[in-house]
Design a protein around this ligand. Structure first.
Ligand code: AMP
Length: 288
């Protein structure tokens, strides 16, 4: 397992045996699950894991069960060789790139029973039916296989890491979830594999999302939530945008708030379509 020369593994049995050997010699395991088409945002998670663990495992698997939109699944880029080359630049030791049958030996048609306190029902959960059932299913399966000490996820998918933290707590998994900040392009657009599908013009225009989030942060103590949201909706309404939602939520419960008073953790969240690509982003407005 030389740094700079990742070992690419396709089967659960091989991965489990390598991890067991590493653990027996007292090594710590950091795990970063991804769907590939890696960019700097993903690499920041790898770097965080590298800094805190002896072995970093990155999985690359486009999980069919979390796609509510078949077209999105079909269009999801698959670039394993380029991904492995990128992972080598940061010294990831193990890359796990399984097939569907390795991940779902008994079929995909099952649900992980875990109490998520309704945090999966709002926002992305409301707009993408079945998405989080699929996410919980695959992350549960991957954690069962990898059994890492630390799991690294991005703040970019705010609701996703909140749900996975609930799953870890609820099932009492001995894993620490580490949430890493959002990596952005120069003009503020949150990095995403989907950005590659934007035209150059739309990619430039998409910085309106980050500007809008920042404007909410600037004025959170000066304007009412209603006024903040009305203005944000206006900012995000163009002939080339289709706004799915923009909201201000409590960062723990993910429920919409109507007043700033009494709130200790506020987050602005947004989902908007630009040029046929669905983009999500968020910004912590404050956390006491
Ligand atoms: P994905 O491959 O899109 O499923 O993402 C894999 C992991 O990378 C998830 O934990 C994401 O939240 C995280 N991630 C994706 N984009 C970014 C970003 N721009 N900054 C930080 N983390 C990210």
């Amino acid at each position: 397992m030389n740094s700079g020369n990742a070992q690419v593994i396709h089967t659960v049995s091989e991965l489990v045996s390598l991890i067991q050997t590493a653990k027996r010699s007292g090594k710590t395991i950091g795990f970063v699950p991804t769907m590939g088409a890696l960019h700097d945002g993903h690499l920041s998670l790898m770097r965080a894991s590298k800094a805190e663990n002896d072995i970093t495992v990155c999985s690359i698997y486009v999980n069919p069960t979390q796609f509510d939109n078949k077209d999105d699944l079909a269009k999801y880029p698959k670039t394993l060789d380029v991904d492995v080359a990128l992972l080598n630049t940061v010294g990831v030791e193990l890359v796990f790139a399984p097939s569907d049958t390795e991940m779902y030996p008994d079929g995909m048609d099952y649900v992980i029973n875990v109490d998520l306190d309704e945090v999966d029902k709002v926002l992305e959960g409301a707009h993408r039916p079945g998405h989080f059932e699929g996410v919980v299913q695959i992350v549960h399966r991957l954690l069962e296989v990898v059994q890492p000490h630390h799991l690294y996820m991005g703040q970019k998918d705010f609701q996703q890491f909140t749900i996975i933290q609930k799953m870890i707590d609820n099932l009492e998994m001995p894993i620490e979830l580490v949430v890493c900040p959002i990596a952005r392009e120069d003009h503020g657009l949150a990095r995403s594999s989907r950005n590659e599908r934007l035209s150059a013009e739309d990619r430039g225009r998409a910085c309106i999302i980050y500007h809008t989030l920042n404007e909410m942060k600037d004025d959170i103590h000066h304007l009412s939530i209603d006024n903040l949201l009305t203005r944000a909706e206006l900012r995000l309404s163009w002939s080339w945008t289709e706004l799915e939602y923009v909201d201000i939520i409590n960062g723990n419960t993910l429920t919409s708030v109507s007043k700033v008073d009494d709130q200790d953790y506020l987050v602005a969240v947004v989902a908007v379509w630009i040029g046929g690509v669905r983009l999500i982003d968020n910004l912590i407005l404050y956390k006491n």
